[in-house]
Design a binder for this molecule. Structure first.
Ligand code: ADP
Ligand code: MG
Length: 258
């Protein structure tokens, strides 16, 4: 489904964010990417929809080379890839439903987006996405009136409204407290299992990674230093990935409640 072949990203200025990454992600897998800040996690997932250009090698999504894609192919590719962000990226002053409808943008004529007059089929898809994350009762509430966890579930619903083949989540629980982090991770896990959407999640917390990652990729300084099952990811492996001993900051449950 997603194939990195010797993928390399060197940013202007010379930072080597990804070094010769070769990785195959089969359709339907839930992958958790772990690594220290700066290891290249965001770059890895952003390379999948062409937000970060490769400087060498290639990334194929469903057989289409991202860097070789025409504008039209890139547009189609991005329509099929839902993104979920650490800070939710919602339009706070408008309703939950309008936020989720933004996920239909790729399939909607611009005048409908501008006027907010979406087709009823699109509204139906958006409501179903809200049902899937169990906040359909909030559809007409302003996004700013929701808790952080609810806002992230709107973020997930917006991505689902795209009817994506791939979901990319960049540290989706970094702004949430521990119980809410589990709720959001369970949502992602359930969606992955029920809909079979290939999912990559960047996480900082090792206990969450081990619990929810069907497969864990450990990145260190732009290289894959671990690729395996959560259960094989013991403390020694984490020390390899992090290049140091674990601290309380590396596990979710040891953090004070926010
Ligand atoms: N736009 C950019 N320009 C230059 N350097 C960048 C840019 N984005 C990220 N980097 C650098 O690339 C490396 C990997 O970054 P990133 O992929 O964001 O890592 P992570 O998500 O694991 O924290 C870091 O050293 C970071 O400072
Ligand atoms: Mg990052």
């Amino acid at each position: 489904m997603i194939s990195f072949q010797h993928a390399t990203v060197t940013y202007p200025g010379g930072v080597h964010a990804l070094r010769d990454i070769t990785l195959d992600v089969p359709a339907g897998q839930l992958i958790v990417v772990v690594g220290l800040s700066g290891a290249g996690k965001s770059t890895l997932i952003r390379a999948i929809n062409g937000l970060v250009p490769l400087t060498d090698g290639q990334v194929l999504v469903d057989g289409v080379s991202v860097s070789g894609a025409s504008r039209r192919e890139l547009r189609d590719l991005r329509a099929g890839v839902g993104m979920i962000f650490q800070n939710f990226n919602l339009t706070k002053r408008t309703s939950v439903l309008n936020n989720v409808l933004m996920g239909r943008m790729h399939y909607t004529p611009w005048w409908r987006v501008m006027t907010g007059v979406y087709r009823s089929a699109d509204r139906e898809i958006a409501m179903q996405a809200l049902e899937r994350v169990e906040i359909v009762d909030k559809a007409y509430v302003r996004a700013s009136n929701l808790s952080g966890g609810q806002q992230q579930r709107v973020g997930i619903a917006r991505a689902l409204a795209q009817q994506p083949k791939v979901l990319l989540a960049d540290e989706p629980v970094a702004s949430l407290d521990p119980p809410t982090s589990h709720v959001v991770m369970r949502d992602l896990q359930r969606i992955n299992r029920d809909l079979g959407i290939t999912t990559l999640v960047n996480l900082h917390f090792l206990d969450l990674a081990r619990r929810y990652g069907e497969r864990i990729i450990g990145l260190r300084a732009g290289r894959i230093v671990f690729d395996g099952k959560g259960e094989d990811c013991d403390e020694r492996v984490f020390r390899d990935i992090y290049g140091r001993s674990l601290t309380a900051d590396d596990v979710l449950e040891a953090r004070p409640q926010l």
